[in-house]
Write a protein of this length. Structure first.
Lengths: 258, 46
């Protein structure tokens, strides 16, 4: 098999990249170890920045988000016994964030890629990327028990914070990691309950950080607070290179709350 | 947001007061609040 761009990972970065390439007449194949059901049902982040909202609307995948998403014009910071609202909309010259869960974004992107006859392979296994030194890198994987080899002009690693592809780029010469491991993890509670607040509340206290967030305007509400690390989360950021290149959390990931 | 809001186990009382001062800056100074708002709603990709 041949394609122009082999994309490892059907998350927001990989699917959006495939969608954008398609709109510019460039073909791609997306592979992911997870099934479509897993991808569409795993609860992840819930808030989209303005740039993501604009990109989705401009490229024709924003209809459901515009209809079902909930635009937040402000956030609240609680510290020293008081709550302070920050008016994002007013202060940023009309920008805001939209509460629209990541798995809903993924449903929209998958539906659109498939409607556009895009090649997305779910539930593959044993994915490897080879030939990165030359002009014909390959992505190999098992699909339905069959070993497939995909010859590509470029490979994009969009395989999340537990990335495999990032570490295929030689360290020191063309890859430089900027890495910080936080000494705590986050514990989240997802509840189906009326929202506790119209807008998010970030709380600083002697006992640590707590956040009241929301996943939908109707009924879901989640809270989280930091706890001593049992499995530390990490944040990393590095310079992209030519081929392969990495995107999404494979390239840059940070904590809930930014 | 992470470094401003979390309690780091190695943080001294000085660090804690500096954290509170930063929270006060981004909520009571128009320039500070604007900096937070611009970052929170997302900086341009390029």
């Amino acid at each position: 098999m041949r394609t122009q761009v082999g994309i490892v990972g059907a998350g927001p970065a990989g699917l959006m990249l495939s969608h954008l390439l398609h709109q510019r007449g460039i073909e791609s194949v997306v592979v992911d170890v997870k099934t479509r059901e897993d991808i569409e049902e795993t609860i992840k982040a819930g808030v989209l920045e303005q740039g993501t909202v604009d990109l989705m609307c401009q490229t024709g995948v924003g209809d459901r988000m515009r209809r079902d998403g909930f635009v937040h014009h402000g956030i609240n910071l609680a510290f020293s016994g008081a709550i302070h609202r920050v008016d994002l909309f007013e202060l940023s010259g009309g920008r805001s964030v939209t509460v629209y869960p990541q798995h809903e974004v993924l449903k929209d992107l998958i539906a659109r890629r498939l409607a556009d006859s895009g090649d997305v392979r779910f539930g593959v296994s044993e994915t490897t990327v080879d030939g990165l030194d030359g002009d014909r890198p390959t992505v190999s994987f098992l699909d339905g028990g069959q070993r497939q080899q995909l010859e590509c002009d470029f490979v994009a690693g969009c395989d999340g914070s537990q990335t495999y592809t990032r570490f295929l780029i030689p360290e020191g010469t063309i890859r430089t990691d900027f890495f910080r491991q936080y000494p705590f993890a986050w514990f989240g509670i997802l509840a189906e309950a009326p929202p506790s607040s119209d807008e998010l509340i970030y709380a600083h206290s002697d006992r640590g950080f707590a956040l009241i967030s929301t996943r939908s305007p109707m009924s879901m509400c989640s809270t989280g607070r930091s706890a001593p690390a049992t499995r530390p989360r990490t944040a990393a950021c590095w310079r992209p290179t030519r081929r392969p290149c990495c995107g999404g959390s494979g390239g840059h990931s940070t904590s809930p709350g930014g | 947001m992470t470094s401003m809001l979390h309690r780091f186990s190695e943080a001294t009382d000085f660090d804690l007061r500096r954290q509170i001062a930063e929270l006060e800056t981004v909520t009571s100074s128009p320039a500070g609040a604007r900096l937070l708002a611009e970052n929170y709603t997302g900086l341009p990709l390029t």
